[in-house]
Design a protein around this ligand. Sequence first.
Ligand SMILES: O=P(O)(O)O[C@@H]1[C@@H](OP(=O)(O)O)[C@H](OP(=O)(O)O)[C@H](O)[C@H](OP(=O)(O)O)[C@H]1OP(=O)(O)O
Ligand SMILES: Nc1ncnc2c1ncn2[C@@H]1O[C@H](COP(=O)(O)OP(=O)(O)O)[C@@H](O)[C@H]1O
Length: 337
Amino acid sequence: MSDPRPSGVLTSPAASSAPASSPTAPGTDLRVLFRSQVSVEELKAVLMPFEAQIAGHGSAQADGQHAFLKHKDGKLLKPFQKPPKGTREVAFYRGVQASDEPDDVAIRAWIPRFHGTENIGQVDGLTSGEQFLVLDDVLEGLSSPNIMDIKIGRQTWGPDAPVAKRDHEDRKYPGTKAPLGFSVLGIIIHRIKDGHAQGESIKYDRTFGTSLKTEDVQTIPKVYFDVDNTGLVPALVEVVVSQMKALLAVFERQRKYLIYASSILFAYDAEVVRQYLVDQDRARLARGVNLKLIDFAHVFPSEGQPDENFVSGLKNLIGVFESFLPEESRLPPVKSD
Ligand SMILES: O=P(O)(O)O[C@@H]1[C@@H](OP(=O)(O)O)[C@H](OP(=O)(O)O)[C@H](O)[C@H](OP(=O)(O)O)[C@H]1OP(=O)(O)O
Ligand SMILES: Nc1ncnc2c1ncn2[C@@H]1O[C@H](COP(=O)(O)OP(=O)(O)O)[C@@H](O)[C@H]1O
């Protein structure tokens, strides 16, 4: 991947959603950092490439340009997509975070915390900046994160999409998108070997998901939980399934949004699984699993309708994971009211 680190900084208070009196100490808060003119070297000392970006614009499996960045303080910088996608995504994060409506409060628990936007650009007198969303990193605190990005929905385009985009999207991931309503964009795992979680990672790029046949969908949990190497750990699958069911319950209830082309980002800590295999501490195992919904470039008002496209895709995905569990460990179905 080419080095996506910026070559300079553009201060842009107008683009930031942070209050003018950001309370964090200088040097630890992005808004403080970007308001003062800092050198390229200072900037490179606090911003790093984000190696765990599976999919999306700027990922290694796309063009590697305009990629996510990781700040030393743990936050992620996601490049702002061209309008209307970037503006829609920012409006969604702001709306959900500012609202007291029950649907928003429920959804808030399932999306990364949003910390406003920032601009980074050239310091050359005539600046041209790149705008970023500042987000919590779903992988924060996981020492050997095993991650998977699954886009939910048979329809992955919004009502504003031209016919060519609809057709192009509808043809992708043929084994899962049309028949089941989800697409595996990629997986990264850290293998547990000789009693420890390895630093080296194994990556499955989008060709895993695009070439997956409908009859082979059980390969998804098999690969993600590295079953050929670790064996099946039913407690781990149970925690993941119970989080998926809790997310499903929120989406069966909510009547505010139609969310197209968003993904569930699955994350668990292979190191925590290794410890679980030694001491069977289920509470710590559960704390080592984190599922969040990401990518809100195609969110539209639902005007009182349920988001059937999202709900049916997620139900099918839960079915795939559940049927991977031994019969006796399957969880009861979620009640929608
Ligand atoms: O080729 P495109 O133009 O449809 O690019 C897709 C992106 O659309 P955009 O260019 O932003 O309108 C598209 O972005 P959106 O979902 O439209 O935001 C995805 O990144 C898609 O990749 P995948 O389906 O997630 O594997 C991208 O698809 P691939 O590049 O993987 O085909
Ligand atoms: N909050 C986050 N925490 C950790 N990783 C993330 C987060 N948001 C996105 N990612 C990573 O970045 C990739 C692309 O994210 P996404 O929001 O889908 O970008 P795009 O809008 O360019 O498609 C995901 O596949 C995931 O690996």
